[in-house]
Design a protein around this ligand. Structure first.
Ligand SMILES: [Zn+2]
Length: 300
């Protein structure tokens, strides 16, 4: 399959320094391997989206010379594809409705003697796996263990990350039966990403390390939907002054693109690309470009 990479921002605000690093890394990897680079707007979580942020992000990328080679895909227009995928999982017996509220899940965990670390997501205890027992259906979940068994996937699931090295996760134990369609009717991030990566023919995923924990769930879903598993590379995170990941939640400044080259240089610095001695071939390639620019200017 020809290399196809992507940058998939959520339009919850303009790009910040961290998202430019991810965008640049995915673009560079595609270029370095002679591949194509696509952009997908991940706007399934509509309550978190900011109107106009999608166009702003596309404009910011363009200012940095990062232009997608195919039409941009908006997840908000992909309802039918996600429904088809969910129907397939239901038909296989791999998805089931869940009637639990957040409190139901916490109570069930407490009853099982499970305590969870603060801030960590609750592992769903599987309450509705064998029937709703009179509760109204709220969300749809993936029966992870059943998919693993039926498809004879190894536990823990293991994969190779081009930057982080060998990775593994026991999805059933560490994550549990994760949500495919949320109780509020919105599509879950995991399902949308996997369906869209498949539809866009993505072969290489290059994204921030904060997303690496999703990889195992996405591989399980790819297997369940009969989709190809791409290669993965997770880039280092840009940390703020407080040592936490830069995000709009902890007050990351909007990216200043009055000088796009400066912003790109900062992103390249995070990726460890600055301070490298230019090679002969890289210099010649740069001069070829400069020569054609200079001569075409003279012709005008
Ligand atoms: Zn449930």
């Amino acid at each position: 399959m020809p290399y196809t990479g992507r940058f998939a921002p959520s339009p919850t605000g303009p790009l910040h320094a961290g998202s430019l690093v991810a965008a640049l890394a995915s673009w560079l990897d595609a270029r370095a391997q002679g591949g194509q680079w696509l952009v997908r707007i991940e706007d399934v979580d509509t309550p978190r989206c900011v109107p106009g942020a999608d166009q702003l992000i596309l404009h910011q990328l363009e200012r940095c010379g990062l232009v997608p080679e195919k039409t941009v895909l908006w997840q908000s227009a992909r309802d039918e594809a996600y429904q088809t995928a969910l129907n397939h999982l239901i038909a296989q017996g791999w998805a089931y409705p869940c009637g639990c509220s957040r409190k139901d899940i916490e109570d069930a965990q407490a009853a099982m003697g499970h305590t969870r670390a603060r801030h960590s997501a609750a592992v769903y205890p599987g309450t509705c796996r064998h029937g709703l027992k009179g509760k109204a259906p709220r969300a749809w979940r993936l029966d992870v263990q059943r998919v693993m068994n039926d498809l004879e996937l190894t536990v823990p699931l293991a994969w190779q990350d081009r930057a982080l090295g060998p990775q593994h996760q026991d999805v059933a134990q560490e994550v549990g039966d994760f949500v495919l369609r949320r109780a509020d009717g919105l599509w879950a991030y995991q399902l949308a990403v996997v369906v869209d990566d498949g539809a866009q023919g993505i072969t290489h995923i290059v994204r921030g390390a904060d997303l690496s924990d999703n990889t195992a769930r996405q591989i399980v879903l790819q297997q369940a939907l009969g989709l190809h598993t791409p290669s993965y590379l997770h880039t280092p995170l840009v940390l703020g002054m407080n040592g936490e990941k830069l995000s709009k939640q902890n007050g990351a400044q909007a990216l200043d693109l009055s000088d796009p080259l400066k912003a790109l240089n900062q992103a390249a610095h995070v990726l460890g690309l600055l301070g490298q001695r230019p090679t002969v071939s890289a210099s010649l390639a740069l001069w070829v470009h400069a020569w054609s620019e200079a001569t075409s200017l003279r012709q005008r």
